[in-house]
Design a protein around this ligand. Structure first.
Ligand code: CUA
Length: 152
């Protein structure tokens, strides 16, 4: 009967909600922004003062923006520290060559292109430490290029 169907639907909704919450971290979208219309030599680093000091900024109650530089062979800042139960938009650029930006255990996985800003938004619910990896070959030290995102 209908009562049972609605009860089942409600239970499914609740289960779905719980599994979303306990998933821990979810990437909500990956975008590429070009500040310069695609000119290869122009650098987002030079044109965008937000990258002069790589950092995390609070922009809303649970919203943060992280300005990150990926370069041979480090990420800055390292670690990237954000509070639990926050939504973090990462803006990532490179001063040298193409790098990767992968936050292990989340859907965050993007390319970082010199002169462009890669934007991606991740929700962090559970406290913990997430590995940050470069997954694009970027030179002799590529395999050592890693950082971390600390959710506290
Ligand atoms: Cu940076 Cu590989």
């Amino acid at each position: 009967n209908y009562e049972k169907i609605w009860l089942m639907a409600a239970i499914l909704l609740i289960v779905g909600f719980i599994s979303t919450v306990t998933y821990g971290a979810t990437a909500v979208g990956v975008d590429m922004i070009s500040d310069d219309g695609g000119t290869v030599n122009a650098s987002a680093l030079d044109e965008d003062p937000r990258f002069s000091e790589p950092r995390v900024e609070q922009v809303g109650e649970n919203e943060y923006e992280a300005y990150v530089i990926a370069q041979q062979f480090i990420f800055r800042p390292d670690p990237i520290t954000v509070p639990a139960n926050s939504t973090v938009t990462f803006f990532v650029t490179s001063p040298d060559v193409i790098h990767g930006f992968e936050i292990v255990g989340t859907n965050a996985n993007a390319m970082v292109v010199p002169g462009q800003v890669t934007e991606l938004t991740v929700e962090f619910n559970e406290p913990g430490e997430y590995g940050l990896l470069c997954h694009e070959y970027c030179g002799a030290g590529h395999h050592t290029m890693e950082g971390s995102v600390v959710v506290q």
